[in-house]
Design a protein around this ligand. Structure first.
Ligand code: HEC
Length: 125
């Protein structure tokens, strides 16, 4: 390899690791993002607010919290909530499950979503 190619390869490797770092969230920051969800979503008790409790949401199938009257859209979606599916839903709820009843605008900042998901993974139990 010519030196120039080596430098290019090294630069790509550095850029790659920086991107990997960006996609892993900071749960402490995520807690403040969650403040936007808290009016509608309980975290730990299982209580229903305007929306279903997020207790145990990571690993749960969409539309399956008992005692919550979900839209058909969310029940029919039947995805398991994990980092990927939560990211897709929160980045565009109406697009992810058209007809769902969560009146919340997309979280457009990917870092906000990653931080929030890290917080949910840690705290929504
Ligand atoms: C204005 C109230 C409101 C806000 C704010 C809100 N949600 Fe929701 N959310 C809902 C409702 C209502 C549903 C159920 C929608 C349906 O059945 O179609 C829901 C559904 C969900 C689900 C699916 C749960 C399941 O059991 O399948 C997740 C996950 C979720 N919300 C996460 C969030 C997060 C994270 C935030 C903050 C970024 C948030 N929501 C903000 C009202 C809200």
């Amino acid at each position: 390899m010519k030196p120039v190619a080596l430098i290019a390869a090294a630069t790509l490797a550095v850029a790659g690791s920086a991107m990997a770092q960006q996609s892993s969230g900071d749960p402490v920051r995520g807690k403040s993002v969650y403040a936007r969800c808290a009016a509608c979503h309980d975290l730990n008790t299982g209580a229903t607010r305007l929306g279903p409790s997020l207790k145990g949401v990571v690993g749960r199938t969409s539309g399956t919290m008992p005692n919550f009257n979900y839209s058909e859209a969310l029940k029919d979606k039947a995805v398991v909530w994990n980092a990927q599916t939560l990211d897709a839903f929160l980045g565009g709820p109406a697009k992810f499950a058209p007809g769902n009843r969560m009146a919340f605008p997309p979280l457009t900042n990917p870092q906000d979503r990653a931080d929030l998901i890290a917080f949910l993974e840690q705290s929504a139990r």
